[in-house]
Design a binder for this molecule. Structure first.
Ligand SMILES: Cc1ncc(COP(=O)(O)O)c(C=O)c1O
Length: 432
């Protein structure tokens, strides 16, 4: 019998991934679970996962398609590509055909493929979602950060974009533009979108418009920038946020016809990597994108809860003297604790990471430092993901309310008390 020799093999890792940590959001989730296992009360405000269930009609569609076992076409199930194209036509009045749509196992994977196949610079406003830059690093692409300002609610302005592009106006570039924003919850007005679209058109920038939180605009008034720059915008979407189905892993990219070369190149790489997205999930997703009364009702209930809770949380933070903006959509807020810098330094806290580590240790509240969203290390910004409540109970209670009824303080105390408690803990801790 041969024996396994206890010999160590050399570690030969691709230089691009050497030392690369696990995604910050997944890491905070694991750390929170670890503390929970040790019996500590933890408020999980780190992970950006929808608290709401998948709508029942979509679950039923998945059940009745569990038998679908064949590999599907690499670009996606034709009926689903069609449903996505019709969805944008119906909701955003921007018309595509099924051929313009690419389906993938999560929009994150599609973003990776796009960065992989495209030749050119990647521009990312900061703060922005945690995975854009690490994906670029893995591929070996240089990231150009475009800083934004707190006074502008952390939004990119057309002037800032122009300033950035004017020295080398014809350089090939992609900008990732995300709104309602993760991490700030802020969106853009139509005027602002038009101005940004104008600059993008002038410099022939490809706009990857990450609209994964679009359906969670708190007033249901999300406007896609593709309306103003159709020829250069790729819309990124999927089921993860508005449909509560992050774990189902289904993302969509919708392309203008003149960027078909990008879609085709991504599909070629996909055909040699993930092959196609899970078949039952794609069949169920057709139902999700078709919409209808029950899905609308579910969406309005989700939006109402997120709007009321976002306002309550930001009111509390503001009352405690913390800078924060009311969110317009999604389930994040991005407070800035910089006014407490001296006080924090006295507690031997000198940067955002130390701030979040100590907050978790001393209060059990898990949030993520601005650093992982591309902010400077010594800035005391952080993202609060306000999803630590029972979304199943909350959404079904909200669905029972009269359609014009607003969510009030009693509702939030009943269904989202954990969240309110967590925010009180942050306010008390910072002011103690
Ligand atoms: C801004 C943003 N874009 C994209 C994604 C990726 O979503 P998915 O891969 O689940 O479609 C997320 C998930 O957290 C996100 O917050």
């Amino acid at each position: 019998m041969s024996r396994i020799k206890n010999q160590t093999l050399d570690i030969n890792l691709n230089l691009n991934v050497r030392g690369i940590p696990q995604s910050a959001t997944l890491a905070i989730n694991e750390k929170s679970n670890e503390l929970k296992k040790q019996g500590k009360k933890v408020y999980k405000l780190g992970l950006g996962q929808s608290p709401f269930p998948v709508p029942q009609v979509v679950v039923e569609a998945l059940k009745s398609n569990a038998f679908q076992k064949d590999y599907l076409p690499v670009k996606g199930l034709p009926q689903l590509r069609e449903a996505v194209a019709e969805y944008y036509c119906r909701v955003q009045k921007v018309c595509y055909t099924a051929d313009d749509v690419l389906i993938g196992p999560g929009s994150k994977e599609l973003m990776f493929l796009l960065q992989f196949v495209y030749y050119g610079d990647l521009m990312i406003p900061t703060p922005s979602w945690v995975s854009y830059a690490p994906q670029a690093n893995i591929i070996g692409r240089i990231v150009r950060w475009i800083p934004t300002k707190r006074e502008n609610k952390w939004r990119l302005t057309a002037d800032e974009l122009e300033e950035y592009c004017k020295d080398d106006p014809h350089r090939p570039r992609i900008i990732i533009f995300n709104y309602p924003s993760n991490p700030s919850g802020i969106t853009y007005t139509v005027e602002e979108l038009k101005k940004i679209a104008r600059v993008a058109r002038e410099h022939k920038i490809i706009l990857l418009s990450d609209e994964i939180y679009g359906e969670l605009h708190h007033d249901g008034r999300h406007v896609s920038i593709s309306r103003f720059y159709p020829e250069g915008t790729i819309i990124s979407g999927g089921l993860s946020k508005w449909c509560g189905a992050g774990g189902w892993r289904l993302g969509t990219f919708t392309f203008p016809k003149n960027l078909r070369w990008l879609l085709d190149a991504m599909a070629s790489v996909a055909s040699e990597t993930f092959t196609s997205t899970s078949a039952p999930i794609q069949y169920a997703a057709v139902r999700a994108f078709q919409g209808g009364v029950s899905i609308e009702k579910y969406l309005w209930s989700s939006r109402k809860i997120l709007k009321a809770l976002g306002k309550k949380i930001t009111d509390k933070l503001k009352a405690a003297g913390i800078h924060v903006h009311h969110p317009d959509g999604g389930f994040y807020v991005f407070p800035d604790f910089s006014d407490y810098k001296l006080k924090l330094n006295e507690k031997r806290i000198f940067n955002g990471k130390e701030f979040c580590d100590r907050l978790l240790e001393e209060t059990g509240v898990a949030i993520l430092p601005g650093l992982v969203f591309g902010r400077p290390e010594d800035e005391f910004t952080a993202r609060i993901s306000y999803v630590d409540f029972d979304g199943v109970k909350a959404v079904s209670a909200a669905e029972q309310l009269n359609s014009s009824a607003l969510i009030n303080g009693d509702f939030l105390e009943t269904y989202c008390s954990n969240m309110l408690e967590a925010i009180d803990l942050i306010c008390d801790w910072i002011n103690e």
